[in-house]
Design a protein around this ligand. Structure first.
Ligand code: 13P
Ligand code: SF4
Length: 337
């Protein structure tokens, strides 16, 4: 998988960009010219605000191209964003992503101001489980370690032993050296990881509302309609979909696969904007796009990033009693190589 450093190196240096127009050539395949003047105003304003507030924008791979390629300082998957959040030399972090990502950034940077441009940017996985559910599972399976996907609230992380992302789930589970783990809350990720590790995994019934839409039949149809297509699937997809794919991995791992293998025709079974962002980087490749959008990721826009920086609104705060055990679970994850 590409390291966070490699991912961030692929971005333009915004310090050198004087005018948003300079960026348009890069994103012109993804953004119609008629929309650009509106974006350009917000991009210029965000560039200025970043300097005056000493702020950085961290953007997840599912953010739209005008955010991902034009105002983000660091981009990546959940794991990269968590790692990068710890290294930023800024007073303010704007998290262009969903709420659990902003909470993770705050857990790792308690002294910094972390802003999320829309506090309502949630996640169907994070919504699927409560701290009380985790406590009940701990009682039902005494002594079995609880591994919690980062796509959860800080309160759920606080009840768990260690976190994982889709980029390190296998390594985290293997690091525990036990025959059985509880893995929450994504049923499909748990089943996909169980198949890779041979560890018995007790799963929860949460699903990602974007990835659960893909089916094995759809993959077979894609192969018929687009001969030679290479199919990459996120591990939040149902196991039957992953079984039909050529490769499965986190969003960063998919990006690395494309960079390393340069498949002439490829489909990324994941959120829609990811293909837009990768296609900008590899214009010579053909991206087939079954388009499933994450409504939560799409709540973030240039306009509300600008507003968050102007008004310093959308501050992420975490109750210290929750933050301490939640941070421990995230830090244990980051210690796994
Ligand atoms: P990644 O960690 O692979 O970027 O996944 C995050 C996510 O929310 C996928 O839906
Ligand atoms: Fe959550 Fe799925 Fe959206 Fe990722 S794509 S943030 S897992 S709902």
């Amino acid at each position: 998988m590409a390291s966070p450093v490699e991912l961030s190196r692929s971005l333009p240096s915004h310090g050198d960009v004087r005018h948003a127009e300079n960026l348009y050539a890069k994103v012109s395949h993804a953004i119609p010219a008629i929309e650009w003047p509106i974006y350009a105003q917000d991009i210029d304003a965000i560039m200025t605000l970043k300097r005056t507030r000493n702020a950085v924008v961290l953007a997840h791979n599912y953010q739209t191209p005008e955010i991902f390629h034009c105002v983000a300082d660091l981009v990546g998957d959940s794991l990269a964003l968590a790692r990068e959040a710890m290294t930023v030399d800024a007073d303010v972090i704007v998290l262009a992503g969903v709420h659990f990502m902003a909470e993770t950034a705050k857990l790792l940077n308690p002294g910094k101001t972390v802003l999320i441009p829309d506090q309502g940017a949630g996640c169907s996985l994070a919504e699927s489980i409560t701290p009380a559910d985790v406590r009940r599972l701990r009682q039902a399976y005494p002594g079995v370690p609880i591994v919690t996907y980062v796509n959860t609230s800080a309160a759920v992380k606080a009840e768990s032993d260690i976190c994982c992302t889709s980029g390190n789930a296998k390594a985290v589970i293997e690091s525990l050296g036990v025959p059985r783990v509880i893995m929450l809350p994504d049923e499909y990720l748990a089943r996909n990881v169980a198949a890779e590790t041979g560890v018995e995994v007790i799963a929860w019934s949460g699903h990602c509302e974007v990835h659960e839409l893909f089916s094995a039949n759809e993959v077979r149809e894609l192969r018929e309609d687009y001969p030679g297509v290479i199919v990459l699937a996120h591990p939040e997809c149902p196991p039957e979909v992953v079984a039909e794919a050529d490769f499965s991995g986190s969003t960063a791992a998919m990006l690395s696969y494309v960079g390393d293998n340069r498949p002439s025709r490829v489909v990324l079974l994941t959120e829609c904007s990811m293909s837009d962002n990768v296609a900008i980087q590899y214009p010579e490749l053909e991206f087939i796009r079954p388009c499933n959008l994450c409504p939560h990721m799409k709540k973030i826009s240039l306009r509300n990033i600008r507003r968050a920086l102007e008004t310093m609104s959308g501050k992420v705060e975490i109750d210290p009693a929750i933050a301490a055990p939640a941070r421990r679970a995230v830090e244990r994850m980051l210690a796994v190589k």
